[in-house]
Design a protein around this ligand. Structure first.
Ligand code: PRT
Ligand code: ZN
Length: 287
């Protein structure tokens, strides 16, 4: 009998490719991602991987040609296919924004009335304009949106922004954020029971990798009279581990800390007299 597999679509070559492949590899899944491959099978997990253009992924998943896919929320929203978004993946972060030439007198969203706005995201943009009761003309172009104002093709643009440097080098100023986006795992709506089971296993691993990337393992030494206070600062997953040091009156405390709280908490730990603070990356974290 043929082994049941989950078919997953990843971006073939682009901004999400490396992180998508990296995520599956961190999940312990081995496969050959050799250049130019369109399809491959994982060696140690029931996964069949397709490499596609990102714009095509929602349709392949909606049609059931693939069971799952990794794609930007911007593409999911623009293509408007019937798929389930099951997990945010924490990479490919960007925002879809409206930008105008930097000397354009912009007050509020009403300033967009009557403008020609160039974009590759007509559906998301028209929803935004409708919600804000703005009447503007949408010019759909397929690439290099940022040069549209300087060549007289449009008065404003609606495009993805991450660092903002593309806008800056093209003399544009970001004035409205239409949506925030990151890579997500999507699935088709009629998964078979074997595929559901494989998806659950994959999700379990993805969540462990994600949790690990968001947290750090921290070890430090504290005088015994500060243990209680320090444990309140780094409560960890269940509670910190406390071990006596060879030097009397001192203990070593081990715990887990969220990366965003890290510097603030470390300052407080130092104020409490903590010494020898070590911070270690975590590979997987299962709560
Ligand atoms: O060939 P294929 O169709 O698969 O790829 P693509 O060229 O359509 O997409 P790609 O690889 O450029 O982007 C894939 C996904 O990455 C997007 O759909 C987003 O979800 C996400 N992403 C994250 C971005 C950016 N950040 C981003 N900065 N996609 C595009 N950009 C572009 C933006 O369009 C602009 O040209 O980068 C420029 C702006 O970047 P900054 O850093 O100068 O602001
Ligand atoms: Zn694309």
């Amino acid at each position: 009998m043929k082994e049941e597999k989950l078919k997953i679509a990843l971006q073939k070559a682009g901004r999400l490719s490396e992180d998508s492949i990296g995520l599956l590899k961190k999940c312990g899944i081995s496969f050959n991602d050799g250049f130019g491959k369109l399809r491959t099978e994982a060696l140690n997990f029931p996964l069949e991987i397709f490499f596609l253009r990102d714009d095509d992924i929602p349709e392949y998943v909606a049609d059931g040609v693939a069971d799952a896919g990794i794609v930007g929320e911007n593409i999911v929203a623009e293509t408007c296919k019937q798929v389930n978004t099951v997990e945010k993946l924490g990479f490919g972060r960007c925002r879809l924004s409206i930008a105008v030439p930097k000397n354009f007198a912009y007050d509020s969203v009403e300033s967009l009335n009557g403008l020609r706005i160039a974009t590759t995201y007509p559906r998301i943009l028209s929803d935004f304009l409708r919600r804000n009761e703005v009447k503007a003309e949408i010019h759909v172009i397929s690439g290099s949106v940022e040069i549209a104002p300087s060549i007289g093709l449009a008065d404003a643009i609606c495009d993805l922004v991450s660092s903002g440097s593309t806008l800056l080098t093209n003399g544009l100023r970001e004035v409205e954020t239409v949506m925030y986006s990151e890579a997500v795992l999507i699935t088709q709506q009629n998964l078979g029971s074997a595929q559901k089971e494989i998806l659950e296993k994959l999700l379990f691993r993805i969540r462990a990798v994600k949790a690990a990337s968001e947290n750090k393992y921290i070890l430090l030494n504290v005088p015994n009279d500060k243990i209680e206070r320090v444990c309140q600062l780094i409560p960890g997953m269940k509670s910190p581990t406390i071990m006596p040091l060879a030097e009397s009156g001192w203990s070593s405390i081990h715990s887990v800390i969220h990366k965003d709280d890290f510097w603030e908490v470390v300052e407080k730990l130092k104020q409490e007299g903590a010494q020898g603070i070590l911070v270690i990356s975590i590979d997987q974290m299962i709560r």
